[in-house]
Design a protein. Structure first.
Length: 115
């Protein structure tokens, strides 16, 4: 192939991208939607007597409504207690603790950890 000072027509077309063909069988790349401002969740374990789980759930639901979720209820070995794990955003922590302390003064709070 001989080189001349002129560029070939195909090279010009590729350079200005006027006739680039695409593969219609290729998978389309769709960007994922950006998440809204993520609210970091926290997990709060609470230990109460087994018969007081329903009053605990009522107090939490009254204080924060649907913001707080009960993740797990597990019996504590050799006692009449259960451990309840609640998931909630940061603004709900103080309201939940206040409601639980007023309703169930013997409840024991565990370490609050980010999820």
């Amino acid at each position: 192939m001989r080189r001349t000072g002129k560029s070939t027509p195909s090279a010009e077309r590729i350079a200005d991208c006027s006739e680039i063909t695409t593969n219609t069988n290729a998978a389309k790349v769709v960007p994922l939607p950006r998440p809204q401002a993520a609210i970091q969740g926290f997990m709060m374990p609470i230990k109460v007597d087994a018969g007081l789980v329903t009053p605990l759930q009522q107090a939490v639901n009254y204080a924060c409504g649907g913001v707080v979720r009960c993740l797990s209820v597990q019996p504590v070995a050799r006692s009449n207690s259960v451990k309840v794990w609640l998931a909630m955003p940061r603004p709900a922590i103080e309201r939940v603790m206040t409601a639980v302390m007023r309703t169930l003064p013997k409840a024991e709070f565990g370490c609050i950890t980010p999820v």
